[in-house]
Design a protein around this ligand. Sequence first.
Ligand code: ADP
Ligand code: MG
Length: 682
Amino acid sequence: MDLTAVPVTKVDGVGEKRAEDLAQLGITTVADLLEHYPYRYEDYRLVSPAEAVHEEKATFRGRIQGSPSVRWYGKKKSRMSARLDVDGVIVQVVWFNQTFLKNKLKPGQSLIVSGKWDAHRLQLTADRTFVSEAEQQKQAGRLEPVYSVTGSLSVSWMRKTIYQAFVQYGREIKEVLPEYLLQKYKLIERPKAMYFLHFPKGREEGRQARRRMVYEEFFLYELRLLKHRLETKEKGKGTPKNFDRQKVNDFIDQLPFPLTGAQRRVVDEILGDMEAAGQMNRLLQGDVGSGKTVVAAIALYANYLAGHQGALMVPTEILAEQHARSIRQLLEPTGLQVALVIGSLTARERREALGQVQMGLVDVVIGTHALIQDGVVFHDLGLVITDEQHRFGVKQRGMLREKGRAPDVLHMTATPIPRTMAITAFGDMDVSTIDELPAGRQPIETHWVKTDLWPRVIRFIQKECRKGRQAYVICPLIEESEKVDLQNAQDVFEELTVELAPLRVGLLHGKMSPTEKEEVMRLFAENEVQILVSTTVVEVGVNVPNATVMVVYDADRFGLAQLHQLRGRVGRGQHASTCILVADPKSETGIERMRVMTETTDGFEIARRDLELRGPGDFFGVKQSGMPDFKVGDLVEDYHVLEVARADAAECLASPGFLDHESYAGLRRFLDSQISNGSNLD
Ligand code: ADP
Ligand code: MG
């Protein structure tokens, strides 16, 4: 029986109404229910009064001494107390508003009580009482699972129902992992592990159950991912591209700067993919300022030489415009036609641009999400590049890919991704890394100052700008907000305009129209404006090499990845740059973030610390980036398991017996059921 195909209503006690509430939790089948694991356990293991911890929960078994006494406060409130002999120690047990228990608490009655322990007064305030022998049997020494619930569902109903599901269907739970892996890691079998994860008798049992299920979860995930990757490669849907490597080299030679070694290497990897029959699916990571744009331009040129159109999709209009400018400049000597497609084009401009794209008069199209809208038809799309790819959802990336016949795909990102994240979120991609900055870059000095030093920060900006440099000042908000006491861009803009005259100050924020934004960016890029006060719209990709000062006001309001991106706006030219974080952090993590930023400029190190501080769930918007939502495994805590499981999964797939040998039957069943359930990694 395939439990992923048995509706949850087959479990006794689950009717229409309950099923609706369960569906809210994503539970529609028996398998879903069995895999709805508790997020913690209530500890009912018996302790002696000596072992119990003051002010914490404790569970005792003992005998009632004498009769309980009851005191009433008004009609509804009561306090009942009794003495309990726990292995010779007499403790006082107190029950508030539970007089319904009174008749059961006879002298000499044995019972188990659980509640908060006061070690000074030897007193337990009971919240659970187990009187009958049966109840005591069931409860003694238990860790009781606590579940997330919703609607009309209660935790105790969930407990009962999951238990019932095991009674009815427990024997249908099949092993999926091959025997040799169970042996290798001494893992307990699947049915047992699932049961103990819900209803462990003790900590050790729970630990073994979790260990087994974490491994399984990671292993199956990696298996699916690697298999998918093999299949897309084998299908060889893509068409090999023919282009003259010599021409590409000539293009590289005439660039205004020599490529770094790392850029050369990734260019080779990308061109190799494009020449091969399979469809390229590659992630290009490179820290801010490492020079990814020129790599994109080279790939677009090669794609053009092979006779195809290329597209570059970016998350914001500012970035689209900037890329259009720099890519046009880079490709200028080759005579390629570059078009910009963004939301703010007039209807006529848009129609014209799209017409040219469709007829193949345009070789490279650069744009925002506007690129993936329905009206956009390519003549012959051969290469798709996304910049700052984690900003796009999995679906959006897929839509762009479908605009051509299996075009090559290159995703670029400046968010350094810790290894565990990379192999989970992007495990089906090849990865190229630019791990070297262009020569001559000076390290960015980072300082953290308290807000009362703001006047000195202003003087510093003034000094740098008088030397001919430029500065960014980032604020979290646009306008005065009643709720939060934060600096807003408008106020800072006005203040600096006065303080720094005759230097010119510009203002940039998300509420401005695209033309206004473009105008301010242009003035800043041309040094007509020396200081740019902005919200985080400049966060990704903006490139003005003459800017050497990055001031972030209320910096503790930003996440590490964002601060790193912001800091990456400076240090892009030959002058030494400074980043000043102005903040009075109130939380520990706020302080920790400021520390991390002043300690390192290594994006990978920052990403690792960010992951630790925030946890993977929050890292870059799980849902957005296609990060899986693991039920048991934790990407930070269990990352070594992930690495081991990945290697094992690869070995399995490569093993000659995988397709027919009995020992892999469970895995094959799993993969088949994934396909019939329509789950899809694209
Ligand atoms: P990012 O990887 O953050 O997108 P960019 O592509 O915007 O970085 O490049 C940052 C700056 O470095 C640009 O001004 C670009 O012209 C310059 N640059 C790129 N590659 C090199 C190189 N090999 N040598 C010198 N400067 C380079
Ligand atoms: Mg960039």
